[in-house]
Design a protein around this ligand. Structure first.
Ligand code: NAP
Length: 435
């Protein structure tokens, strides 16, 4: 029997477990360790609450979780309750699938002013992540700025723009729904440091902005290259850019606007004790499509700034780390003997949920090559972990415990919503009768 510990129970973790099951059959025992008492990582806390069809992929992970040779070991923090070195002693292989839950810092003067938040925090807030439930972003302001031209920027702009009715069927956290419902934000500026042909937004997500009840996207066609140049784009990008161009022909007149501001590089946040406006520098593109400032500056009013400029993986003591790229130092998923990484912890924060599947398979194959299926093991595995955690007073949450938390979340859902998440670890544990 071979023993594998997967750290993190998001998509990358579950695809790795699924791949290991395929390669080893019953010859492997897999522990999925998560800091939270609840599984699914980014699916629960990152994917937008109004994108339930994307979130539905958790059903696939649930099947893996319910197999006899996979355990969920929740509410256990690697680096605190148990070290990576200890796990390497207990398991044949350790896979870091910790994602990239931290914001890449917005490195401009004034970024520490109240009213400036990163997307990890803002997205975590509306998704009910315990780390960010108390964020309380300022929504009593007239305007917000969303920095970045990726899908996260789109999610944030859309969530800020939607009405209460448009959240029907979503699992947005109740505190966020109420706060957004009384928001006074009417103008949402989405700032890209490059142009419409350099966006990282996918067509379906961009298209949604054209159908909001009380908000309308706005673009200035002056920012666009000649329409004929769109033919040079790959089909997905071409569709996205077509959506953007179409926004120029919307009738207007809605209460809120989502203003796309291209060639716009934020250089400072200014305000009297809180964010009041962004100082933005106009940019142009170099021949190799980088953005450079022109020296022309202007102000964008905003009492809320959400920086959506990418994520990074938090380092773990003793694990080599690539600071520039915000991920573990690795060669095709291998960090060191017995230590692997997958997903965003391996590649950095790029790609869709599905990208993690081949990624997990590739690493599982490397593990199978190093520890061939059928070969003798001899490591203590989960039993050893249980002994160690018990001695330290840790109280892990098993998958069947999570299912009780899930039932309680379903039971307290508002009408039409799949669940009302618990937004603190204490409340999750209280649902299990633990105090
Ligand atoms: P992303 O796609 O990498 O976009 C980051 C954006 O931030 C880019 O427009 C980038 O501009 C900009 N940026 C970076 N540094 C900047 C700076 N210092 N100043 C101004 N702008 C800066 O990242 P993301 O939006 O966080 O998304 C992460 C991944 O999750 C992506 O693969 C995304 O597709 C995926 N995702 C998918 C969905 C969905 O499918 N519904 C939803 C959310 C996220 P440059 O291009 O100029 O660097």
């Amino acid at each position: 029997m071979r023993h594998v510990a997967v750290i993190g129970s998001g998509p990358a973790g579950y695809y790795s477990a699924e791949a290991l099951q395929k390669l080893y059959g019953d010859g492997v025992s897999i522990d999925m360790i998560d800091r939270l008492p609840v599984p699914y990582g980014l699916i629960r806390s990152g994917v937008a609450p109004d994108h339930q069809s994307i979130k539905a992929v958790y059903r696939r992970y649930e099947k893996v979780a319910l197999s006899h040779n996979v355990r969920f070991v929740g509410h256990v923090t690697v680096g605190e309750d148990v070290s990576v070195a200890e796990l390497l002693d207990l398991y044949d292989a350790v896979i870091l699938a910790t994602g990239a839950p931290h914001d890449r810092p917005l490195d401009i003067p004034g970024a520490d002013l109240p009213g400036v938040v990163g997307s990890a925090a803002f997205v975590g807030w509306y998704n009910g992540h315990p780390d960010f439930a108390e964020l309380d972003p300022p929504l009593d302001v007239g305007a917000a700025a969303v920095i970045g031209n990726g899908n996260v920027a789109l999610d944030v702009a859309r969530i800020l723009a939607k009405t209460r009715a448009e959240f029907a069927g979503s699992d947005i956290a109740g505190h966020a729904l109420d706060a957004l419902d009384s928001s006074s934000i009417r103008r949402i500026s989405v700032l890209g440091r490059r142009g419409p042909h350099q966006i990282a937004m996918t067509p379906k997500e961009l298209g949604e902005l054209g159908h909001l009840a009380e908000a309308e996207p706005k673009v200035d066609l002056v920012d666009f290259p000649p329409a004929a140049d769109d033919a040079l784009l790959e089909p997905g990008m071409r569709k996205s850019v077509t959506h953007l161009r179409d926004f120029a022909h919307l009738p207007g007149g809605k209460r809120k606007t989502i203003d796309f501001d291209f060639f716009a590089m934020p250089v400072a946040v200014e305000g009297n004790g809180r964010a009041e406006h962004l100082v933005v520098e106009r940019t142009v593109l170099t021949d190799d499509l980088r953005s450079v400032g022109t020296g022309e500056r202007y102000q964008v009013p905003c009492g809320l700034v959400v920086s959506c400029i990418g994520y990074q993986t938090p380092p773990i003591d003793g694990v080599p780390y690539e600071h520039g790229r915000g991920r573990f130092a690795n060669a095709d998923g291998v960090i060191a003997e017995g230590l692997y990484c997958v997903g965003w912890a391996r590649r950095g924060p790029t790609g869709t949920i599905g990208t993690n599947r081949p990624d997990g398979f590739e690493v599982a194959e490397k593990i199978a090559a190093a520890f061939p299926p059928g070969s003798a093991g001899g490591k203590a595995g989960g039993l050893g972990l249980d002994t160690l955690l018990h001695a330290r007073g840790a109280e892990p949450v098993a998958f069947r415990d999570w299912q009780r938390i899930e039932a309680a979340e379903t039971g307290r859902a508002r009408e039409g919503s799949p669940r009302e998440k618990f937004t603190s670890i204490a409340d999750m544990l209280a649902a299990l009768g633990r105090r």
